[in-house]
Design a binder for this molecule. Structure first.
Ligand code: FES
Length: 165
């Protein structure tokens, strides 16, 4: 049954008309026009749809709307930093860690939540944090480089910051 549901996304309160069991991802993309989170598997397996629910990474394709509405804040990639200046996003740029880019939302959001909880991880912990986020292009080497850069385990190459020019 369609009903009125209030939820807070990126600090803004929204009212949506939807069934309470609607996947959060559907509401974010279709009702709120937030296309940072991507539909990959729809089964909670790939991580492309990751958002932060009260600071914790969650796969929005398997989170019900009513569960999201019970959270104080849902943060999407758009809410992380409006201008892309979050250090995690900047590290991905520095490492040029994108091919098709479809997985990047999940990589960035998962890493953001992880670093908020574990500010000084070692490489093993970084790998563990990202191990269930899939990249079908096989860009994991660059993605791990971005993770090491933002975690302070590797320096960015300044010649790469403008696309290697
Ligand atoms: Fe949600 Fe794959 S689309 S985990």
């Amino acid at each position: 049954m369609v009903t009125s549901v209030f939820l807070t996304v990126n600090g803004r309160r929204h009212e949506v008309m939807a069934a309470t069991h609607t996947p959060l991802l559907t509401v974010l993309r279709n009702d709120l026009g937030l296309n940072g989170p991507k539909f990959g598997c729809g089964l909670g397996a790939c991580g492309a749809c990751t958002v932060l629910l009260d600071g914790k990474a969650a796969r929005s394709c398997v989170v019900r709307l009513d569960a999201a509405a019970a959270c104080e804040n849902v943060v999407t990639l758009e809410g992380l930093s409006p201008d892309g200046s979050d250090p995690v996003q900047q590290a991905f740029v520095k490492a040029q860690a994108a091919q098709c880019g479809y997985c990047l939302n999940g990589m960035v959001m998962t890493l953001r939540a992880f670093l908020d909880a574990v500010p000084n991880p070692d490489e093993r912990a970084l790998k563990e944090a990202l191990r269930y986020n899939l990249c079908r292009c096989g860009t994991h080497v660059e993605i791990m480089r971005a993770a090491r850069i933002v975690a302070g385990l590797e320096m960015a190459d300044p010649t790469e910051e403008n696309g290697g020019t």
